[in-house]
Write a protein of this length. Structure first.
Ligand code: F6R
Length: 233
């Protein structure tokens, strides 16, 4: 795991943008993408670059990491809505997949999502944020490192953390830790002192109690974080 320290949120976003643009320009790309506060500026930078004609996403396929159970794509709190508004509707991504939190049969939806990832050839580049309790995607502490896409009951910590977006459902569909670890390259973004504890835990013992700690075992994982997020290092 390599750590790149940057000055602040803007430089974290710029650095991630640069890596993504390089990958997109080099070859067809299957990406896993997060939502939340962390990647907001990154998405707007990528959209700007596209609007200026500097990048073409027509050979890019995206898979979102997660979606709340029970929220329709029209619901502003859904990750469908988030992704469409911030990124997908502005660019020419060839195909975008987001778990269907409204599916009648959630188990089947999870299995289908895994199959779609397999069918597309697996994830080349996964962009991740990190939760205050060390979660990645919505894999909460205690999730098996072998897990594949599954339905999760969100922890009280995560519900509290995300309550800034309004009242959220307490279940979600998430790619599993095993799913994420199959990505060929992983970039985890973190900015601000509220991420410092999670980053410290992540670099400690590798344990299922700290989901992000598994990334220490990945052969190509980079953390791009600012000084505040790295203040315990
Ligand atoms: C969201 C996701 C989560 C977030 C994490 C950090 O799709 O997978 O793991 O990345 O909760 O959220 P923010 O960026 O809002 O601090």
């Amino acid at each position: 795991m390599r750590i790149t320290e940057v000055a602040n949120y803007t430089s974290m976003s710029e650095k991630a943008e640069k890596i993504i643009l390089r990958e997109v320009r080099e070859r067809p790309l299957i990406m896993a993408l997060p939502t939340g506060s962390t990647p907001e500026m990154l998405y707007s930078m990528l959209v700007e670059e596209y609007k200026r004609g500097k990048v073409n996403f027509s050979e890019v396929v995206t898979f979102n990491l997660d979606e709340y159970v029970g929220l329709s794509p029209a619901n502003p709190n859904s990750y469908h809505y988030y992704m469409n508004e911030r990124f997908l509707k502005h660019v020419n991504v060839s195909e975008s997949y987001i778990p269907d939190g409204m599916a009648q049969d959630l188990e089947k939806e999870c299995a289908d999502y895994e199959n779609k990832i397999k069918r597309e050839g697996g994830i080349d580049l996964a962009i991740l944020g990190i939760g205050g309790n060390g979660h990645i995607a919505f894999n909460e502490p205690g999730t098996s490192f072998e897990s594949r896409t599954h339905v999760v009951k969100l922890s009280a910590d995560t519900l509290k953390e995300n309550s800034r977006f309004g009242e959220m459902p307490n279940r979600a569909i998430t790619m599993g830790i095993g799913t994420l670890m199959c990505a060929r390259k992983i970039i985890l973004l973190a900015s601000g002192k509220k991420k410092a504890r999670a980053l410290k835990m992540m670099m400690g013992a590798i344990t299922e109690e700290v989901p992000a700690s598994v990334l220490q075992k990945h052969s190509d994982c980079k953390i791009i974080a600012d000084g505040e997020a790295l203040r315990f290092f």
